[in-house]
Ligand binder design. Structure first.
Ligand code: FAD
Length: 387
């Protein structure tokens, strides 16, 4: 069997990227001293801090791979990679701009009209415009082509009706990109379209779904006959499936798929450094670190492939499968290496609290962005096609 679809090759970061890493570390050290970073797991999901986002944007670290003519940084994906891996490793509060930076901006750049690009992209890069993903529904998660949300033609645009589920940040973001059926078709992947919907528009109702921790990040997002203009359509009508699939590749391969619980490992190392560390503890931390390094190399390979315009969907699925299993298993390992009573009500940022947060967030790691069973289907098909 040929393994070529999984081979990404070794990646050497450009000199500019290494210099940039130091700049980000200096910035993070200042922020840490100011108390804005608690090093919490899953900070790209729960770390909502628009002021922090704007400080990043002032340095050109939001929308940094968007073209300069639309207010972006005009920098490469590998440079962006370095910035986001430093932010995630530190557990910095980046959730406000996460979706806008990772996928809404690139999608609008790729499929949007000139007007949409000029309207949204500069605001994304300024850290002033935040997006949600409006894909999943009660009975449409893995099988996204079965979405029930409909968009019907009206005189001046479209009317959207349906309920999205698990919509992160719908209660605090500005817009959602909604996948809706615009036409019935025998081919269930045809007849879908994407719309940019203002989350404060009339006839939108947002209903919280609490995490196990009690935190509010998710929502039901009801579209009760929401009227939008023609300018809300993103891309061509009926092209939604192709667009969504492209978006998922961006969503699956980044360092957030294996770094969500790294702040916990960092906290463990801090604890071990304060006490005498046994050879067994040493060995277990070493094994975790080695595993992390190999997944990171694969993820960097995907970033380099995307930068060079090469398809990397199969490798992206592999990164997400290996990475999300790693970040979950890390929590169990850490718990065994240094057992303490995990307590979500302990002081924020302390080891027992970080451990509790990571444990309670764990069930989501292998689900969000596509479950591991679905990803393994993609990997298998990729291997078969290339064998
Ligand atoms: C933390 C988190 C954040 C999320 N944020 C968002 C968001 O912001 N916006 C959004 O739109 N969605 C979001 N989601 C939803 C996420 O994309 C879905 O949960 C995911 O796609 C799985 O869909 P589902 O929950 O409906 O499970 P289902 O699709 O019902 O799957 C249930 C189980 O069946 C398995 N299964 C299903 N089909 C197959 C198959 N063909 N072969 C083998 N096994 C199969 C799955 O692997 C899974 O184990 C989020 C989810 C989580 C956990």
């Amino acid at each position: 069997m040929a393994l070529s679809p999984l081979a990404t090759g070794a990646v050497t970061l450009p000199v500019e990227a290494r210099k940039l890493r130091q700049e980000v570390r200096d910035f993070l050290a200042e922020e840490r001293a100011a108390g804005t970073i608690l090093g919490r797991p899953d900070s790209w999901l729960t770390g909502w801090d628009p002021a922090f986002t704007r400080r990043l944007a002032e340095r050109g670290w939001v929308g940094m791979a968007l073209p300069q003519e639309y207010g972006g940084g005009g920098r490469g994906n590998l440079e962006r990679y370095v910035v986001i891996e430093e932010l995630l490793a530190a557990g910095a509060p980046v959730s406000a701009h996460w979706v806008a930076d990772r996928q809404a901006g690139p999608s609008i750049l790729r499929h949007g009209t000139e007007h949409q690009r000029e309207f949204y992209l500069p605001r994304i890069a300024a850290g002033e415009c935040f997006f949600s993903i409006g894909m999943s529904e009660q009975n449409s998660g893995s099988d996204l082509a079965s979405v029930q949300t409909r968009a019907e033609r009206t005189a001046g645009g479209w009317r959207l009706t349906g309920t999205k589920m698990w919509t992160g940040g719908a209660h605090i973001n500005d817009y959602a990109i909604v996948l809706a059926r615009t036409e019935d078709s025998e081919d269930r992947h045809a007849g879908l379209s994407q719309f940019i919907v203002d989350l404060r528009a009339p006839r939108i109702r947002v209903e919280p779904i609490r995490l196990l921790t009690g935190e509010h990040t998710f929502n039901y997002f009801h579209l009760e006959g929401v009227e939008v203009g023609d300018d809300a359509l993103l891309g061509r009508p009926g092209d939604g499936w192709r667009q969504v699939t492209g978006e998922l590749a961006l969503e699956r391969s980044g360092p957030e798929r294996f770094l969500s619980t790294l702040p916990l490992l960092t906290a463990l190392v801090g604890q071990l450094q304060r006490a005498a560390c046994s050879p067994e503890q040493h060995g277990r931390v070493g094994r975790l670190t080695a595993r992390l390094a190999s997944i990171r190399q694969l993820s960097l390979g995907v970033a380099a492939a995307l930068e060079a315009g090469r398809p990397a969907d199969v490798q992206a699925a592999l990164v997400k499968d290996l990475g999300t299993r790693f970040e979950g298993e890390l929590v169990g390992e850490v718990r065994e290496v240094l057992p303490v009573a995990a307590r979500f009500d302990a002081t924020r940022g302390t080891y027992p609290e970080l451990l509790a947060a990571a444990i309670l967030h764990s069930p989501g790691y292998t689900l969000r962005g596509g479950t591991n069973e679905i990803l393994r289907g993609i990997i298998t098909r990729g291997l078969e096609l290339n064998s």
